[in-house]
Structure formats: structure tokens, C-alpha cells
Design a protein around this ligand. Structure first.
Ligand SMILES: Cc1cc2nc3c(=O)[nH]c(=O)nc-3n(C[C@H](O)[C@H](O)[C@H](O)COP(=O)(O)OP(=O)(O)OC[C@H]3O[C@@H](n4cnc5c(N)ncnc54)[C@H](O)[C@@H]3O)c2cc1C
Length: 290
């Protein structure tokens, strides 16, 4: 049962931020409602004011600039990202990730801003965007700031946003030359959330790994970087033995929470295998990239 609330529909992002500033203690942003309405029905959140930003078209866009990279407005739907020819060309892993996120119905209505703000450790976009060095631009009535995604998640369903802030934009830097990013989640039902997931970015300098990002989904209470695994890869001449070692490092540093789908031990095993595979797949993509 959803408790009563007052519905507010701002006509602009500026007005939404003013409403949020006024109702920062008793209000909540709603966009697609795909996650929020579920937790409201469970009685986990009971906002007195709902600020609906779904129809703010000024926050729905996909833009690319060679120097600045990709910018996606917060109210852009998953489906718009999945179907973007620009993203498919410049950041194909984002399209691959979106194609396996939930159902078409959810992708048609759910938004990238809502997904990232919901802070579910099993969410698909956060590991991929973090592996590519992504950030979110958040705004309040008094200004804007950019938060790197690897600093955005602070605890289970908690972010570094203040109560008067909302995500307005997702930023992904241009892909470095000779780099590749790959992502895979392990799930039993197609398009379901992953039991665990791994995103890997490898950047090469000749045969050596110049930089690496390994990001784990649902392997802790927050989306986490596997920094020990990254250390194994960076500076190494990559080989199956190195990928194996990186997988072992990621399995040792992750903290999967046991649930009805998997024990902690099984979660670690999956992280080991997926890290090994995704790092190798990203390396193969990096070798043939421009
Ligand atoms: C059946 C089902 C299956 C799903 N499967 C997957 C899956 O496989 N992988 C996956 O990643 N996700 C999955 N999801 C989650 C889905 O991707 C998210 O629910 C959706 O993207 C959230 O977007 P929304 O616009 O609906 O957010 P809402 O539900 O409207 O909001 C979610 C939260 O974010 C806040 N919020 C919304 N927009 C902003 C903003 N711009 N700034 C700050 N706070 C904001 C809200 O206050 C709320 O706390 C699934 C959901 C459903 C219902």
C-alpha cells in the first residue's frame, strides 16, 4: 500500500531544484518510477512530496564531442541509449549492457539518472560507466558539481548526493586510443539483474597494459573497483596467466553478500571467472582498436 503524497510537476529543471530545496527532508524525485514505486509499495520510503521530472525534456539528450566525450541527460531512457547509433559507434559496450537490462517495457520507461541514483549494487550501468571513467553531474538550487562514479556510492542504496541535489547528466570521457571495455553479468534468467557482474577496461601501450579498470557489480554492498586486480594488470605484458591472477585478486577483495541466489563462495568464484574473461575480452578489443 502506497501512502498518500502530494504530486508536484515542475516545468523546468530549475523549478525542480527549487522544489527539491524546499522539500529536501520530506520530498523525493520520481522519474520513471520503476524502482521508486516498488520500494514505496514495500513501505521502505514514504515521501510526502513527489517531484516528477520525467517530462523534463531538457534533461533528455545524448551528445558527443571528440574532446569532452559523451553526455547523457538524466531523464534519458535506457531504450534511447540502447537504440542510439552514436553510442553504438563510440561506446558499444553501453549498448550491449542496455540490451540485457530488464525488459523492453522497463527500458522504455526507466531512466539512466534513476538507475544510478537508486544505487542498487546489482544495477548494470554503474559498473560499465565506472570502468570507462564516468562521472555524474549533480545540481542543487545553489549550483552544480561533478562526482566521479567511483566516489558516488557510499553504502547500500546510499550515494554522495545531498538531499537537495539531483543527477542532471552522466559524463563519459572520450575512449583512450588502444583501449577496450567489456561487461558481463551472470544471471539465471535472461535480462534479470546479475548474481554478480564484471566490467573491465584495458588500455595498451604496445604489448604492455598501460591502464586497467576492473569494476564489480553486486559483489559488495556498492559497485566497487577491484583495485588489487587492477594492480596485477597495470604494467604487465598481458597473458592468460596474468588474467588468471587478476581474477584471483578480484575474488579475494570482493565482498559478495550471500542470498537465495548464491553463497558468498559462489559469488567469489563467479567474480574470479568473469574478471579473467572480461579483462581478456577488453584486451582483445584494445589490440584492434584505433
Ligand atoms: C522488472 C524490473 C527489472 C529490472 N532489471 C534491471 C536490470 O536487469 N538491471 C538494472 O540495472 N536495473 C534493472 N531494473 C531497475 C531499472 O533499471 C530502474 O528501475 C530504472 O532505471 C530506474 O529509473 P527510473 O527513472 O524509473 O527511476 P525512479 O524509480 O523514478 O527513481 C529511482 C530512485 O532514483 C531517484 N531519482 C530518479 N531520478 C533521479 C535523478 N535524476 N537525480 C536524483 N535522484 C533521482 C528517485 O528518487 C528514486 O530514489 C529493473 C527494474 C524492474 C522494475
Amino acid at each position: 500500500m502506497i501512502s498518500d503524497f502530494t504530486y508536484l510537476r515542475p516545468g523546468s529543471a530549475k523549478e525542480a531544484l527549487q522544489m527539491l530545496s524546499k522539500h529536501q527532508e520530506d520530498g523525493k524525485i520520481i522519474c520513471g518510477g520503476q524502482s521508486l514505486l516498488i520500494i514505496m509499495r514495500q513501505g521502505l520510503v514514504t515521501p510526502e512530496y513527489m517531484i516528477d521530472i520525467k517530462r523534463l525534456d531538457e534533461l533528455s539528450y545524448i551528445r558527443f564531442d571528440q574532446k569532452k566525450g559523451l553526455r547523457i541527460g538524466a531523464t534519458t531512457t535506457h531504450r534511447a541509449i540502447e537504440k542510439s547509433a552514436l553510442i553504438k559507434d563510440k561506446y558499444p559496450v553501453l549498448v550491449e549492457m542496455e540490451e540485457k537490462l530488464a525488459s523492453i517495457q522497463v527500458r522504455n520507461w526507466g531512466t539512466i539518472g534513476g538507475n544510478l541514483a537508486h544505487a542498487d549494487a546489482a544495477g548494470d550501468p554503474a559498473p560499465v560507466l565506472t570502468a570507462m571513467g564516468g562521472s555524474v553531474k549533480v545540481a542543487s538550487a545553489s549550483g552544480e558539481r561533478v562526482i566521479p562514479l567511483d566516489e558516488f556510492y557510499t553504502d547500500l542504496f546510499e550515494t554522495a548526493m545531498n538531499h537537495d541535489e539531483m543527477i542532471v547528466e552522466v559524463i563519459v570521457p572520450p575512449r583512450p586510443p588502444k583501449s577496450g571495455t567489456k561487461y558481463q553479468k551472470f544471471n539465471l534468467l535472461d535480462s534479470d539483474q546479475g548474481i554478480v557482474a564484471v566490467a573491465a577496461t584495458i588500455t595498451l601501450n604496445g604489448r604492455t597494459c598501460k591502464d586497467a579498470r576492473i569494476v564489480l557489480g553486486n559483489a559488495a554492498t556498492i559497485t566497487m573497483r577491484a583495485k588489487e586486480a587492477e594492480k596485477v594488470l597495470i604494467g604487465a605484458a598481458l597473458s592468460d596467466a596474468v588474467f588468471e591472477k587478476a581474477g584471483e585478486a578480484a575474488a579475494a577483495e570482493c565482498q559478495p553478500v550471500a542470498d537465495i541466489h548464491a553463497s558468498e563462495e559462489y559469488g567469489r568464484h563467479l567474480i574470479k571467472i568473469l574478471t579473467k574473461r572480461m579483462a581478456k575480452a577488453a584486451w582483445e578489443q584494445a589490440k584492434i582498436s584505433g
